[in-house]
Design a protein around this ligand. Structure first.
Ligand SMILES: O=C(O)CCC(=O)C(=O)O
Length: 333
């Protein structure tokens, strides 16, 4: 295993000026193999559960990680959706295996985000997503947005770094991202609800710049696309024959509002945390999900272990917060 390569000063400057930087060799592709393998095994386990429940006949076990889920989805869209939602990582109950945590807390990843954030006191967010973009269907196409569109307004002016990590080579053909450069220096644009698959969307006329100026963020496996929370981006359809797998992870300085160390303790009988916890007590940029310390020179003993990561995600998942970033935006595109 090679060691962590810090980003060069040129890459850090590029990120701050352009709002993104594509670094092709953060990981060795083999560093991502355990996560690919675990996701593949999880698909097998969940598909066997569906088969035992009489919901599907063919497990397509002969197919590799880059194809099996697409075949299951082709056989039954309903089963495909169940599997995708199970893997997505949405809310604490989603995919949070040790192999996922190992990528989030990987020294190579922390070296990269540490350089961009200018600190070793690093908080990772539970707002990470696993994205299997299936071939030849619209699902997984993500409309123009800024990640800040999903966060609480008090974090608009803070820097939260999104790290988009392809688990296959991401190309124009398989639907890599498009990024609007230099637009992160302005405000958070107006988003609307009602985009494809429930995503928030910035209408073309509300984009801070001409979408024809977008750059195509192709990125090899092992690379990372780093973006700011105010960088407008979207992604296009997958016209290839295989799944475009990726994970997107989010980090911030420990000085930016977060809920490290906070637990939604006061749950009522329905498992609902009291409003005060989400309205005032929990000031995180995305309060419904647990943040955790992943790097610290000052208090290394507080750095989160896998067991605590899992417990925090699962505890937050049992609550049903009132918080919704969507309430900030006008309804429907
Ligand atoms: O993976 C994609 O296609 C889009 C990712 C994205 O929008 C994000 O990471 O915020």
């Amino acid at each position: 295993m090679n060691s962590a390569r810090p980003l060069s000063p040129q890459q850090v400057r590029f990120f701050h000026e352009e709002g993104y930087v594509i670094v092709p060799n953060v990981f060795d592709p083999s560093d991502l193999e355990p996560l690919r393998r675990e996701l593949h095994q999880e698909i097998g386990r969940k598909a066997r559960e569906l088969k035992a429940a009489g919901k599907l006949a063919d497990l397509h076990e002969e197919l590799d990680f880059d194809h099996q889920l697409a075949a299951l989805h082709r056989d039954s869209q309903e089963n495909g959706e169940i599997l995708i939602r199970h893997l997505e990582g949405l809310r604490g109950g989603g995919f949070h295996a040790p192999e996922m945590f190992d990528v989030i807390a990987h020294p190579k990843m922390l070296a990269g985000v540490g350089a961009l954030l200018g600190t070793e006191e690093l908080v990772a967010s539970s707002v990470y997503r696993v994205r299997p973009k299936l071939p030849k269907i619209g699902r997984g196409v993500v409309p123009w947005h800024q990640d800040s569109g999903y966060f609480a307004t008090h974090c608009d002016e803070h820097l939260i770094v999104t790290c988009w990590v392809p688990l296959v080579d991401a190309t124009v053909e398989n639907g890599c991202m498009q990024i609007l450069p230099r637009a992160h220096l302005g405000k958070v644009a107006t988003h609307h609800t009602g985009g494809n698959a429930g995503f928030l969307v910035i209408k073309d006329e509300d984009l801070p710049d001409d979408p024809r100026k977008a750059v195509t963020a192709a990125c090899p496996r092992g690379g990372v696309v780093f973006m700011t929370n105010r960088t407008p981006h979207c992604s296009t359809p997958n016209y290839s024959e295989q799944i475009r797998w990726s994970v997107d992870l989010r980090y911030q300085s420990a000085l930016v509002p977060n809920n490290v160390g906070l637990w939604p303790e006061s749950l009522d009988a329905d498992g609902k945390a009291d409003d005060a916890f989400y309205e005032k007590g929990n000031v995180a940029c995305y309060p419904p999900e647990a943040d955790f310390l992943v790097g610290s020179r000052l208090t290394p003993e507080r750095v989160t272990t896998y067991a605590e990561f899992a417990r925090r995600r699962e505890t937050y998942d049992r609550t049903q917060p009132n918080f919704s970033a969507f309430r900030r935006w006008p309804a429907q595109v």
